[in-house]
Design a protein around this ligand. Structure first.
Ligand SMILES: [Fe+2]
Length: 139
């Protein structure tokens, strides 16, 4: 019996996972580069159990990221520890070609306290992870 084999042509280009702190000691240009790629989890620090809870993920605190076919964000994911909560695929062509800040909105139904992180993928500069946001869930 023949066993099917799957080969990814991108396997040699698996991106690193960057964080802002990897660049925090750099020059202002380097820190701006990191800012325009780093997702930030924006939500209340507390939530009620089994009540819909809104979580926004914003890319960049101040800097805008390019949005051209050869350089744009592809997706934003929200994670609770090792569990993928949701993913927003970005259609960059619909957003024009001017630099921009992107924000994605997620709705979570928390059962227990959360440790949220976001991951965003730039097609030129790879994967970027936010800092963790703890959300205490109470009755
Ligand atoms: Fe980029």
């Amino acid at each position: 019996m023949k066993i099917p084999t799957f080969v990814s042509k991108f396997s040699l280009f698996m991106p690193r996972l960057f964080t802002y702190s990897d660049f925090a000691q750099g020059s202002e240009i380097v820190r701006t580069y990191a800012d325009k790629h780093t997702p930030v989890v924006v939500c209340n620090p507390t939530a009620q159990r089994n009540v819909p809870f809104k979580v926004n993920v914003r890319i960049g605190v101040q800097a805008k990221h390019p949005n051209k076919p050869e350089h744009h964000f592809v997706y934003i994911q929200l994670w609770n520890l090792e569990t993928l909560v949701g993913e927003v695929r970005l259609n960059s062509a619909e957003l024009g070609e001017a630099p921009l800040q992107i924000e994605a909105s997620f709705e979570v139904l928390p059962a227990v306290s959360l440790r949220l992180t976001a991951v965003a993928y730039c097609n030129k500069h790879g994967l970027w992870r936010s800092e963790e946001q703890f959300v205490k869930v109470t009755d």
